[in-house]
Ligand binder design. Structure first.
Ligand code: PEP
Ligand code: MN
Length: 340
């Protein structure tokens, strides 16, 4: 349920209403916009008399929310959420590019790529230390050492870093990681999501291989329900019958998500296609459709990458991609504030 308040509502009356709702076990999320204040009611509202609230002097309107996600719902929070990661902003008209290798392989590799993508225009550095691989015999990542090397690259370049967590037991290693990534395979690892709800740093949540948009939003809700409201959603391709590409990029997820939620939405064209030459056209399509950012796999030697070489672009190709993105960014579709 959301309660839309009249302009300049009496603060005492708001407090009284919140206290009264508290007696029913309802938490209230206050969203203050420029022209209006919205109270988002979280909990079981079935026993609340909607007409009683509507009759209050401070109340302009009351609506029941059908969707099961509340904190992530744009109806609760009409304005775009802007996430600031060490100066790199994302959401609400701020566009960010995250770039780097699929996996951290060595100090030289991550530091060289970090320096190159920074020059090219990346705002954040990505690099996997814990890798979810289909085969147990494939390279599993450098784990703790990988995080250490990422921190070395962060120190060198000043770029905030993004890395994937696979289990809550790894959390102590992520203390200095700026954004924690939840990979597609863990989108519905609810125990992990609950733990990340207690963390006070942004979470990059990737859509599961066969998950609906609504399921993605429910996973974001798990994190937000724990008190961590900084969630970045990532569409990275879903599994379809098509086999020419690794996955099928769901471009429509961008405007659909932007209508349903206030959270930033980014696109991963690398995992979506699995093919380096498709990364540029799909990046441009994502920007045109209103994405808030991109996460791109870049490798200094794709042919010898330990993971995801075929979809990794070179630093030179990345430079070009950033330029092309900048050219079309001013013409991108903006679907913030709830309008599709
Ligand atoms: C990754 O970003 O390295 C990754 C494994 O992505 P996904 O979870 O989308 O497959
Ligand atoms: Mn990868």
């Amino acid at each position: 349920m959301v309660v839309l308040l009249k302009q300049n509502p009496d603060k005492k009356q708001i407090e009284k209403l919140i206290e009264w709702l508290g007696d029913f076990g309802i938490d209230v999320h206050i969203s203050e916009g420029i022209h209006s204040t919205i109270l988002g009611l979280i909990g079981d509202t079935s026993n609340i008399d909607i007409d009683l609230i509507r009759a209050l002097e401070i109340v302009a309107d009351v609506k029941r929310i059908q969707e099961p996600y509340k904190s992530a719902n744009r109806k609760f929070h009409p304005l775009d959420t802007v996430i600031n990661i060490g100066g790199a902003k994302i959401g609400g008209g701020n566009f960010a590019i995250i770039a780097g290798p699929c996996s951290v392989e060595s100090s030289e590799q991550i530091c060289e790529i970090a320096a190159r993508v920074k020059t090219g225009g990346a705002g954040l550095l990505r690099g996997g230390a814990f890798k979810p691989r289909t085969s147990p015999y494939a390279f599993q990542g450098l784990r703790a050492e990988g995080i250490r090397l990422l921190l070395e690259a962060k120190k060198l370049t000043g770029l905030p870093i993004v890395s994937e967590i696979m289990d809550p037991s790894q959390l102590p290693l992520f203390e200095e990681v700026d954004v924690i990534q939840v990979g597609a395979r863990n989108m519905q690892n609810f125990e992990l999501l609950k733990e990340l709800g207690k963390v006070r740093k942004p979470i990059l949540l990737k859509r599961g291989l066969a998950s609906t948009i609504s399921e993605l939003l429910m996973s974001a809700e798990y994190i937000m329900a724990g008190g961590n409201e900084e969630v970045i959603l990532c569409e990275r391709g879903i599994r379809t019958f098509e086999s020419e590409t690794r996955n099928t990029l769901d471009i429509s997820a961008i405007p659909v998500l932007k209508g349903l939620t206030h959270l930033p939405v980014i696109i991963d064209p690398s995992h979506a296609t699995g093919i380096s030459k498709l990364v540029l056209p799909l990046s441009l399509a994502a920007v045109a459709a209103g994405a808030d950012g991109l996460i791109i796999e870049v490798h200094n030697d794709p042919a010898h990458a330990l993971c995801d070489g075929p979809q990794s672009i070179t630093p030179d190709a990345f430079d070009n991609l950033v330029k092309r993105v900048a050219e079309i960014l001013p013409f991108a579709h903006r679907s913030g504030s709830g309008s599709l």
